[in-house]
Design a protein around this ligand. Structure first.
Ligand code: 13P
Length: 301
């Protein structure tokens, strides 16, 4: 069944001049059928540079919205409309507006994991792979509001020495990983390096040998001479690591390190989406054009 769905997707994709993009946290079979698998920044770049008319975005809503904001003339399909990011929903446009009123001179950097309305109120966007560069690009005498992820914010604050105004948002999946769980994984696998996503809590990040975006973790294991790794991020990324480094060993830092929203999209959903050209992402032109500026500034850094 799965095999025939796979080949139907490949055929329809060519017929409809579509590109399939997948985040590393997607189900392994969805990553398998995709043209590109990457982190948030890479997927946004590929979506904006793609020649194809149609993009099937296998990820969560803010990722597909970012693709639409950058390329409104393309058809951007999100196979599961309920695939949302809990972190992105942790700050609303009204809440950001109130925060801006408290710090009227501050520049606003919003993580790409935000709604289009929040981006529309921001000066710059960032992802986990460029947050440090984005913050460093802002004049040193400007105060910076950094929303919504407090863990990423604290990490960037430490890395850059900048005084960031933070919001109390977090990714529920990364935030629940504890020091005890990482230490216990280290005891079970004493030879393993610890790789962590910056959405993990600061005390967890202190135990990591490497901190970076999903793609940079994948690149790290590919380039490193070490043989074993404890992975402190959603377990979907381990599929990719095993595929490119079959001789190495990867251990999830805790059991059930799974984002259920990222796992909603099945191969069947991708097929239905290509058959029906639905569900399409749309954003009002007023919000889209305002949200375009902080994303395009980020892309130019
Ligand atoms: P990356 O940009 O590192 O892929 O992270 C995306 C994300 O949503 C992490 O939870």
């Amino acid at each position: 069944m799965k095999k025939s769905v796979f080949y139907k997707i490949k055929r329809l994709k060519n017929e409809k001049n579509a590109l399939i993009l997948s985040h590393f946290y997607q189900r392994s079979e969805v990553q398998e059928v995709a043209d590109f698998v990457g982190d948030s920044l890479e997927l946004a770049r590929i979506a904006s540079e793609a020649q194809e008319e149609v993009i099937v975005f296998c990820g969560v809503d803010f990722m597909a919205q970012t693709a639409y904001i950058l390329s409104p003339s393309k058809t951007i399909l999100l196979p599961k409309t309920d695939a949302s990011c809990p972190l992105a929903n942790m700050i609303s446009a009204n809440e950001l507006q109130s925060l801006k009123q408290l710090y009227p001179d501050a520049k606003v950097v919003s993580y790409v994991n935000t709604t289009a309305e929040v981006k529309a109120l921001s000066d710059l966007c960032c992802t986990s792979s460029n947050a440090q560069r984005v913050v460093n690009s802002i004049s040193s005498n400007s105060r910076i509001i950094f929303v919504p992820d407090k863990n990423l914010g604290l990490y960037i604050k430490e890395k850059t020495g900048r005084d960031l105004v933070l919001w109390d948002g977090y990714c529920p999946i990364h935030n629940r990983l504890t020091v005890e769980e990482v230490e216990s994984a280290k005891n079970r696998h004493p030879e393993a390096l610890v790789l962590a996503h910056p959405e993990c809590r600061m005390d967890v990040l202190k135990l990591a040998d490497f901190v970076g975006s999903t793609s940079s973790m994948v690149n790290y294991v590919q380039d490193s001479i070490f043989k074993e790794y404890i992975i402190c991020t959603e377990s979907g990324v381990i599929n990719r690591m095993k595929k490119i480094c079959p001789q190495k060993k990867f251990y999830s830092a805790c059991s059930n390190f799974v984002c259920k929203n990222m796992k909603l999209t099945s191969l069947e959903d991708v097929l239905i989406s290509l058959e029906t050209m639905e569900p399409k992402i749309t954003i009002s032109e007023e919000i889209r054009s305002k949200a375009f500026s902080p994303i395009s500034r980020m892309m130019n850094i």
